[in-house]
Design a binder for this molecule. Structure first.
Ligand code: DQA
Length: 160
Protein backbone atom coordinates (compact mmCIF):
# COMPACT_ATOMS: atom_id res chain seq x y z
CA UNK A 1 0.00 0.00 0.00
CA UNK A 2 1.35 3.44 -0.96
CA UNK A 3 2.23 5.69 1.98
CA UNK A 4 1.34 9.40 1.94
CA UNK A 5 2.27 12.12 4.42
CA UNK A 6 -0.34 14.79 5.12
CA UNK A 7 1.60 17.63 6.72
CA UNK A 8 0.05 20.65 8.42
CA UNK A 9 1.66 23.89 9.54
CA UNK A 10 0.99 26.32 12.38
CA UNK A 11 -2.36 26.85 14.09
CA UNK A 12 -4.09 24.02 12.24
CA UNK A 13 -4.42 21.92 15.41
CA UNK A 14 -6.79 24.66 16.61
CA UNK A 15 -9.35 23.90 13.90
CA UNK A 16 -12.88 23.99 15.27
CA UNK A 17 -12.19 26.90 17.62
CA UNK A 18 -9.96 28.93 15.25
CA UNK A 19 -11.96 31.51 13.26
CA UNK A 20 -14.80 29.06 12.50
CA UNK A 21 -16.34 31.53 10.07
CA UNK A 22 -13.22 31.08 7.91
CA UNK A 23 -12.09 27.53 8.66
CA UNK A 24 -15.35 25.81 9.65
CA UNK A 25 -16.36 24.03 12.82
CA UNK A 26 -14.69 20.68 12.18
CA UNK A 27 -11.71 19.90 14.38
CA UNK A 28 -8.20 18.69 13.62
CA UNK A 29 -9.28 15.22 14.81
CA UNK A 30 -12.03 15.34 12.15
CA UNK A 31 -9.39 16.26 9.57
CA UNK A 32 -7.27 13.26 10.61
CA UNK A 33 -10.29 10.94 10.46
CA UNK A 34 -11.40 12.16 7.02
CA UNK A 35 -7.87 11.77 5.62
CA UNK A 36 -7.59 8.23 7.00
CA UNK A 37 -10.99 7.19 5.66
CA UNK A 38 -10.25 8.72 2.26
CA UNK A 39 -6.89 6.94 2.22
CA UNK A 40 -8.54 3.63 3.00
CA UNK A 41 -10.93 4.06 0.05
CA UNK A 42 -8.05 4.95 -2.27
CA UNK A 43 -5.77 2.19 -1.00
CA UNK A 44 -3.32 4.71 0.49
CA UNK A 45 -1.74 4.53 3.93
CA UNK A 46 -2.15 8.09 5.19
CA UNK A 47 -0.16 9.56 8.05
CA UNK A 48 -1.32 12.99 9.26
CA UNK A 49 1.00 15.31 11.21
CA UNK A 50 0.81 18.90 12.45
CA UNK A 51 3.43 21.24 13.84
CA UNK A 52 3.75 24.89 14.77
CA UNK A 53 7.51 24.67 14.25
CA UNK A 54 9.06 25.55 10.87
CA UNK A 55 12.18 23.46 11.57
CA UNK A 56 10.13 20.37 12.38
CA UNK A 57 8.03 20.79 9.23
CA UNK A 58 11.20 21.11 7.14
CA UNK A 59 12.63 17.95 8.72
CA UNK A 60 9.45 16.06 7.75
CA UNK A 61 9.83 17.34 4.18
CA UNK A 62 13.44 16.03 4.16
CA UNK A 63 12.17 12.68 5.47
CA UNK A 64 9.58 12.50 2.65
CA UNK A 65 12.24 13.34 0.04
CA UNK A 66 14.59 10.62 1.34
CA UNK A 67 11.83 8.00 1.44
CA UNK A 68 10.25 9.11 -1.91
CA UNK A 69 6.91 9.70 -0.16
CA UNK A 70 4.16 11.79 -1.74
CA UNK A 71 3.06 14.75 0.37
CA UNK A 72 -0.18 16.66 0.84
CA UNK A 73 0.84 19.89 2.53
CA UNK A 74 -1.08 22.70 4.17
CA UNK A 75 1.79 25.05 5.00
CA UNK A 76 -0.65 27.46 6.74
CA UNK A 77 0.99 30.90 7.21
CA UNK A 78 4.39 29.51 6.09
CA UNK A 79 2.80 29.44 2.62
CA UNK A 80 3.25 33.14 2.29
CA UNK A 81 6.85 33.69 3.39
CA UNK A 82 8.91 30.59 4.19
CA UNK A 83 11.67 30.37 1.58
CA UNK A 84 13.31 27.74 3.80
CA UNK A 85 10.23 25.51 3.43
CA UNK A 86 10.12 26.15 -0.33
CA UNK A 87 13.80 25.22 -0.70
CA UNK A 88 13.19 21.98 1.23
CA UNK A 89 10.17 21.16 -0.96
CA UNK A 90 12.23 21.78 -4.11
CA UNK A 91 14.20 18.63 -3.14
CA UNK A 92 11.09 16.49 -3.29
CA UNK A 93 11.25 13.11 -5.01
CA UNK A 94 7.51 12.33 -5.25
CA UNK A 95 4.26 14.23 -5.90
CA UNK A 96 3.44 17.26 -3.77
CA UNK A 97 -0.03 18.83 -3.52
CA UNK A 98 -0.49 22.13 -1.68
CA UNK A 99 -3.84 22.43 0.09
CA UNK A 100 -5.75 25.15 1.89
CA UNK A 101 -9.05 25.00 3.71
CA UNK A 102 -9.95 28.56 2.78
CA UNK A 103 -9.31 30.22 -0.57
CA UNK A 104 -6.38 32.56 0.15
CA UNK A 105 -6.96 34.36 -3.19
CA UNK A 106 -10.21 35.82 -1.83
CA UNK A 107 -8.66 36.97 1.47
CA UNK A 108 -6.12 39.59 2.61
CA UNK A 109 -3.47 40.71 0.11
CA UNK A 110 -0.59 39.02 1.99
CA UNK A 111 -2.30 35.65 1.46
CA UNK A 112 -2.33 36.06 -2.33
CA UNK A 113 1.33 35.03 -2.56
CA UNK A 114 2.35 31.41 -2.12
CA UNK A 115 6.08 30.73 -2.14
CA UNK A 116 5.21 27.01 -2.16
CA UNK A 117 3.00 26.80 -5.30
CA UNK A 118 5.97 27.06 -7.66
CA UNK A 119 7.40 23.75 -6.44
CA UNK A 120 4.09 21.85 -6.06
CA UNK A 121 2.36 19.70 -8.68
CA UNK A 122 -0.82 21.60 -7.94
CA UNK A 123 -2.84 23.51 -5.38
CA UNK A 124 -6.34 22.81 -4.05
CA UNK A 125 -7.90 25.60 -2.01
CA UNK A 126 -11.24 26.73 -0.72
CA UNK A 127 -13.08 23.47 -0.13
CA UNK A 128 -12.58 23.02 3.61
CA UNK A 129 -11.71 19.45 4.55
CA UNK A 130 -12.71 18.40 1.03
CA UNK A 131 -9.48 20.09 -0.18
CA UNK A 132 -7.60 17.25 1.54
CA UNK A 133 -9.85 14.56 0.05
CA UNK A 134 -9.35 15.99 -3.45
CA UNK A 135 -5.59 16.17 -2.90
CA UNK A 136 -5.44 12.53 -1.80
CA UNK A 137 -7.42 11.60 -4.89
CA UNK A 138 -4.87 13.46 -7.02
CA UNK A 139 -2.02 11.62 -5.27
CA UNK A 140 -3.73 8.27 -5.93
CA UNK A 141 -4.17 9.13 -9.63
CA UNK A 142 -0.56 10.31 -9.97
CA UNK A 143 0.68 7.13 -8.25
CA UNK A 144 -1.39 4.99 -10.66
CA UNK A 145 0.04 6.83 -13.69
CA UNK A 146 3.57 6.45 -12.28
CA UNK A 147 3.02 2.73 -11.65
CA UNK A 148 1.70 2.20 -15.19
CA UNK A 149 4.72 4.05 -16.62
CA UNK A 150 7.02 1.86 -14.50
CA UNK A 151 5.32 -1.31 -15.76
CA UNK A 152 5.72 -0.11 -19.37
CA UNK A 153 9.41 0.48 -18.76
CA UNK A 154 9.79 -2.98 -17.25
CA UNK A 155 7.95 -4.66 -20.14
CA UNK A 156 9.89 -2.56 -22.69
CA UNK A 157 13.11 -3.63 -21.05
CA UNK A 158 12.08 -7.28 -21.14
CA UNK A 159 11.09 -7.27 -24.81
CA UNK A 160 13.74 -8.50 -27.26
C1 DQA B 1 -4.59 28.31 5.36
C2 DQA B 1 -4.55 29.72 4.74
C3 DQA B 1 -3.38 30.51 5.27
O1 DQA B 1 -3.39 31.82 4.73
C4 DQA B 1 -3.46 30.63 6.79
O2 DQA B 1 -2.31 31.29 7.28
C5 DQA B 1 -3.67 29.32 7.47
C6 DQA B 1 -4.58 28.36 6.87
C7 DQA B 1 -5.85 27.52 4.92
O3 DQA B 1 -5.84 26.30 5.08
O4 DQA B 1 -6.82 28.11 4.45
O5 DQA B 1 -3.17 29.09 8.56
O6 DQA B 1 -3.46 27.60 4.88
Amino acid sequence: MKQVLVLNGPNLAQLGSREPDVYGSQTFDDLVEICRLTGRKLDLYVEVRQTNDEAELISWVHEAASARLPVVLNPAAFTHYSYALRDALAMRSAPLIEVHLSNPATREQFRHTSVVSGVADGTIAGFGLMSYQLALQAIAELAAVEEAAGEDTVSDGASP
